[in-house]
Structure formats: C-alpha cells, structure tokens
Design a protein around this ligand. Structure first.
Ligand code: EPZ
Length: 427
C-alpha cells in the first residue's frame, strides 16, 4: 500500500547470473530484537555490536527505546550505545508495535525493570494465528496480574516478580525469550520447561548474563533462571544471522553458483547444510564460513519444518524455490505456521508446479522458472521471490519489498557483489 509522500519501491532482477564470490553475514535479526528490548533491564549503558541497524525492525525497536526514555546513539553502522539509566515510560504504542512482532519483548523487560508494562498488541508477518497465551501464562506464573481493561494492549503489572515453574504447552521462541527476560529480575529461581532452543535463545541468555543475570540451560529443553535484584550495562556482540546465511546458501545453489558465505556459525546451519547436500549441492564447512556450490538441477528432497535443531520454518520458502526446478517431486511439510505457503501462488506465476494440501506442499520440479511480476507476501516469502528471480529466465519485478527490508541488511549490494543483476527502483 502506498503511503502518502513515500514512493513505492520494487526490485527488478534480470535472472540467469550464477552467484559467485564471497559474502559476509550480518547480525541476527531475531537475536538483536529481543536484545534491544532486554537492554531496558541494564539501568546503565550497553554497547552492542554487530547490529544490522538498517533493518526496519531494528529502527522500530530503537525508536521504542527512545520513547521509553532511553538514550540511543549509533556509534557506527553496526554499533549502538543504549543508556537505560532512565526509563520514564512503561507504554509502547501501536505506532511501534503495529510494525513488528518483536515489540512484545518489551512486556518482559518493562515488567522486570518497572513492575509494569502496557504494550499494544503486536503486528508482524501474517503467518497464521500468532497467539501470545504462553507469554502471558509465564508472566502470570511469576506473579504478574493481567488487566483486561483495554483489549488492544497487553497490560501486566506486579509489585515484585517471584521465581516459579513454567511449562510451555507449545515450543515458542517468543515466549521462551520473554519469560526468561522477566524472570531475570524475579525473586528466587524460575524453571522454564519445554522451551525453544534456537541459536538466538542462547544469544539472548548470554546477553542477559553479560548484564548480570544468572541463566543456565539456554539451548536445552529446560532453562533455569536465578533472579537477581540489579543488573548493569555491558558490551556485547550479536551472533550472525542463521536465516540470512541460509538464504545466501540457497541462492548460491539455486543459481548454480559458488559462494563462500563468511561470518557464520556453521553449527547453527547444520539442518540447512544437510538439506542442501541432500538436494545435490556441495557444501564445504570451515571454522566460520561455508562454501556452497551446485552445477546441476537439484535432486528431490523431503523437508519437515520443526523447532531447532529441526529445519527452520523461516527457510522453507527458500528451499521451495530451489526444489521448484528439481529433477522430480519434492515435499515440504510446515509444522509451525498455518499460513506459510502464500508464496506458492507467486512461484506458480513464474512457472513452478506446486500443489498445496493443508500443511504440505508437493513440488513437481520444472526445467526453469520464468521472470514475471510478483509480490513479497511476508519477509521470507519475499526473500524466496528474490532467489526465484535470480535463477529465473528473464526479468522479475518484486513489489511490497518493505517486507524484505525488515530482515536483510544491504541485500542489493551483497547480491550485486556476487554478480547478480538486481536494482531497487521507485515506481
Ligand atoms: C519467531 O516468531 C520468529 N520471529 C519467526 O521468524 C519464526 O518463524 C518463529 O519464531 C519460529 O521459529 C522472531 O523471532 C521475531 P513462536 P515467534 O512463538 O516467536 C505458537 C522471521 O521471518 N504459539 O516460536 O512469534 C505459534 O502460533 C519470523 O524472521 C502459541 O500457540 O514464534 C506458532 O504456531 C517470522 N502461543 C508456534 O507457537 C504462544 O504464546 C511457534 O511460534 C506463542 C506461540
């Protein structure tokens, strides 16, 4: 949708160029967003490095911090100094939260710091219902009271939080992080069970511990948080982005290219590496880089998304692009979100033959994709369209690229440095 005075932009991609060369991966969006919210607990100065500051989601989180009373200063392109000595407000309004899901992390951090949070219900990609009942269940277990007075906001308060036991009914990245953040300041010990184990959970726990929290077990099924009464500022470097790395790995394979993807933690990429190898790609793993190359159409592959260490749901639209030109029929089953095959309609417009049956996509490989006009339906769907455009014959134009701007730092310049013909144009 066109906003008054703001020109619309689209990507124009002339496909058929093999990606070759080296690319460096930025800091993890899904770690940075909760880390920024968690900095509220510091009551001091945090200097955080490897932040992809040009992402729109990051800008909204920094704006939210400013509105809460924090001092926010960009020291350089990827380093931010946040002073949360003073936090004067406990309200995050819809002007912020309407843009991104991760704004809900301010519930945990404000509750921990000020004993109150009023945060408008969050927006974010439409991937199906996105309830936050498990977050609320966790806060209530810590003793917080939830007010139902304003249905457009989550309004929680507690004079003091108390350590408790929390068992999540579903494995949730957001609930795990949010409750871990709040529990850092509870009196006593909190045991959180059936938690998510994504790399960004561990990174947020490490950041909280750098601020003086006492959290153990992040990355396993059970997290133990020994509450502390006071936290402090710290210096911290965010981990590389698992999904951005995976996106470039798939793009290298899909364009039959050869790319060295630098600044990654290969352990975080194991499920993606495994599926690329099954699809016929060559993947060489080094200490902090991976090299992906492919020479032929991909082999067929079966993928089922699952919480970490399973195959990430955020990568399935990208693998669907690779498999859309495979030598037979591949299957992708989506087990996290109920509405994550919207991109299929766009890929079909490019000649892909894909049937969707509930949570299953049946992909019949075709010889090639053909460029046309498509749209980004959400962040990863949009990234998938970019990769489709890179390997398609002819020109692909992608609209609604504001979704892609949420999660990929310097995407155009990174792709161009690998030989892609992609431009961002106003229309
Ligand atoms: C995070 O979303 C990511 N977002 C998503 O990435 C990612 O797809 C998702 O985790 C799964 O890996 C951010 O980190 C900002 P969940 P989140 O809570 O935390 C259900 C991207 O492209 N659920 O793990 O919102 C929920 O409906 C984005 O970068 C409840 O039922 O996901 C879903 O089926 C898109 N109740 C499942 O759990 C709750 O209270 C997993 O959701 C919470 C979740």
């Amino acid at each position: 949708m066109k906003k008054e005075g703001i020109p619309l932009e689209k990507f124009v991609i002339k496909g058929g160029h093999k990606l070759t060369g080296e690319v460096s991966i930025s800091g993890s969006k899904n770690a940075v967003l909760p880390i920024l919210a968690a900095s509220v607990l510091a009551e001091g100065v945090c200097v955080i490095d490897n932040i992809p500051t040009s992402l729109s989601d990051v800008s909204y989180m920094l704006e939210a911090l400013r509105k809460l009373g924090a001092g926010v200063e960009l020291i350089n392109e990827n380093t931010v100094r946040i002073d949360t000595t003073e936090i004067s407000s406990t309200y995050v309004d819809y002007e912020i939260t309407g843009h991104l899901r991760a704004s809900y992390y301010f519930i945990g951090s404000l509750l921990g710091r000020k004993g109150h949070a009023k945060v408008a219900l969050p927006g974010g990609c439409n991937l199906g219902p996105r309830p936050i009942d498990q977050h609320i269940k966790g806060f209530q277990a810590l003793g917080a009271k939830v007010s139902g007075a304003d249905p457009s906001c989550v309004d929680v308060s507690s004079k003091s939080l108390f350590g408790s036991s929390v068992y999540f009914d579903v494995v949730s990245v957001g609930a795990t992080i949010n409750v871990m953040i709040a529990a850092s300041k509870a009196v006593g010990t909190t045991i959180i069970e059936n938690v998510a184990k994504e790399p960004h959970i561990v990174d947020v726990a490490n950041f909280l511990n750098s601020m003086g929290a006492d959290i153990r077990g992040a990355g396993t099924d059970t997290i133990k948080v020994n509450g502390v009464s006071k936290m402090h500022g710290c210096s911290y470097t965010v981990i590389p982005d698992q999904i951005e790395a995976g996106t470039f790995m798939v793009a290298a394979a899909a364009t039959k290219g050869d790319v060295l993807v630098n600044n990654v933690i290969p352990k975080h990429l194991e499920s993606i590496t495994a599926k690329l190898i099954e699809s016929g790609a060559d993947v060489e793993v080094f200490d902090d880089s991976v090299r992906v190359s492919m020479t032929d159409r991909s082999d067929i592959c079966t993928i089922k998304t699952a919480p970490h260490p399973g195959f990430p749901t955020d990568m399935q639209p990208l693998m669907a692009v690779l498999l859309s030109t495979s030598k037979g029929t591949s299957l992708i089953s989506e087990s996290i979100w109920s509405n994550r095959f919207k991109y299929v309609e766009q890929l079909q417009r490019m000649g892909a033959v894909i049937n969707v049956d509930g949570n299953l996509a049946i992909i019949h490989g075709v010889k090639k994709l053909l460029g046309t006009q498509v749209r980004a339906d959400d962040l990863r769907a949009g990234a998938a369209m970019v990769v489709a455009g890179l390997c398609a014959e002819g020109t692909t134009e992608i609209e609604e690229i504001h979704f892609i701007d949420r999660g990929y730092e310097n995407l155009v310049s990174k792709l161009r440095s690998l030989g892609a013909d992609i431009t961002r144009v106003e229309y």
